[in-house]
Write a protein that binds this ligand. Structure first.
Ligand code: FAD
Ligand code: UDP
Length: 372
């Protein structure tokens, strides 16, 4: 065999595993069907701005070893994610915090805010939340659910909130303090110069072939390596023989505007049901506006995000981790476990709603098991 490992996918999972294997003296070939490295964290420079081509990515973690790891490959700025919610022209702070409660109800103290939430929760009569709607009302009350959660979530997931699992909304912090930081994370930032450069540093010295689809050349590629680390969709690997796992896909409409500042923030969420996009990202504010001025750049790049149900041929973005898909995944997992030569990893290989830090942690753990 020419290589110890064939890594399918140059996203974070593949890049981290490839780097660790190379460090251990293994011979590694990384392939990707896309024309570029970095998977979904790929950034491309347009008008001097690093544009997040596959959706906005903010790195955040509580895992010190993951932070220490990524900062070996990139310098991170001090970006803190503070999206603004736009509900029919009314602007609210996210995540749900004292600024949000004050704007929504005029309450001034944490005690008043807590009482308001409690009263709305009691009125809704929820004791044990069974779905996203009930969970959301239990956390923040009906007004915030109606204005800031219901429309956005139904657009994002294409399903009523009563049919979605409660855990999705638990990703968002609820705070009785004046703190607009979207994440409860000790470490947060954006790699200066973009994610692509960070991933290129991880892959430095490793052979990478782009525009190569593993599933279309499987036998030939398998013959090159002792083992395969596969980070593509698990159902695609088995040619969907047990049926399709469901994903949500996203369409990005990018625009270069001849103005320096479109919305004054990196992310504005449109939380009403009527606006067809879920959010608008203004990419320059990920890297400028905090440590460096951005208004001196004459142009700006924005992306409107439209969420849609995945169909074959689309990019799969979000695994739909509900009961039905969970069962189907478990069946695919059994097949995957029987593939002696192939290890499945990452957001698509494990069909898991992973953040970047969790994907990196998972790849590091695999490397530990495999290589040490
Ligand atoms: P991917 O990045 O998807 O990489 C898989 C790679 O495999 C791709 O490059 C693909 O082309 C390749 N591939 C697939 N099949 C084949 C094949 N047959 N042959 C060859 N190559 C193949 N996380 C955060 O921490 N913060 C955020 O703000 C955040 N925002 C997000 C926003 C969006 C819109 C999405 C979808 C995700 C977001 N995430 C965020 C999650 C983050 O993108 C993932 O955790 C991470 O990028 C997953 O890395 P991965 O390597 O598992 O998968
Ligand atoms: N959410 C919402 N309103 C918002 C932002 C988020 O209702 O303005 C809900 C929505 O259901 C979303 C979930 O909170 O799927 C988690 O949000 P997060 O930003 O973590 O989603 P991501 O895009 O990172 O997967």
């Amino acid at each position: 065999m020419k290589y110890d490992y064939l890594v399918v996918g140059s996203g974070l999972f593949g890049a981290v595993f490839a780097h660790q294997a190379k460090e251990k003296g293994k011979k590694v070939l990384v392939i990707d069907k896309r024309p570029n490295i970095a998977g979904n964290v790929y950034t491309k420079e347009i008008e001097g701005i690093n544009v997040h081509i596959y959706g906005a990515h903010i790195f955040h973690t509580n895992l010190k070893h993951v932070w220490d790891y990524v900062t070996k490959f990139a310098e991170f700025n001090r970006f803190t994610n503070s999206p603004v919610a736009n509900y029919r022209g009314e602007l609210y702070s996210l995540p749900f915090n004292m600024y949000t409660f004050n704007k929504m109800w005029g309450v001034v103290t944490p005690e008043e805010a807590a009482a308001k939430i409690e009263a709305q929760k009691r009125e809704a009569g929820i004791t044990e939340p069974k779905n996203l709607e009930e969970q959301a009302i239990s956390l923040v009350g009906t007004d915030i659910y109606e204005k800031l959660i219901k429309g956005y979530t139904e657009k994002q997931w294409g399903r009523p909130c009563t049919e979605l699992p409660a855990f999705i909304i638990k990703r968002l912090p609820v705070r009785l303090t004046f703190d607009n930081n979207y994440f409860n994370a000790l470490y947060q930032g954006i790699p200066v110069g973009g994610y692509t450069k960070m991933v290129a540093n991880m892959l430095d010295g490793t052979e990478v072939r782009l525009g190569v689809d593993y599933l279309q050349n499987k036998a030939e590629l398998d013959a090159l390596a002792d083992k395969v680390v596969y980070t593509g969709p698990i159902d695609a690997y088995f040619d969907y023989k047990l049926g399709n796992l469901e994903y949500r896909s996203v369409r990005f409409e990018n625009e270069v505007l001849d103005i320096p500042n479109f919305q004054g923030n990196a992310a504005v969420n449109y939380t009403d049901r009527e606006t067809p996009w879920t959010r608008i990202i203004e990419h320059k504010w990920f890297e400028f506006g905090k440590d460096a001025e951005g208004n001196d750049l004459p142009k700006t790049v924005i992306s409107r995000e439209y969420s849609s149900e995945w169909k074959p041929g689309d990019e799969p973005y979000y695994p739909v981790n509900d009961e039905k898909n969970g069962k189907l995944y478990a069946e695919y997992k059994q097949l995957a476990d029987a593939e002696v030569k192939v290890i499945f990893g990452g957001r698509l290989g494990e069909y898991k709603y992973y953040d970047m830090d969790a994907v990196i942690d998972s790849a590091l753990k695999l490397a530990e098991r495999e290589l040490y």
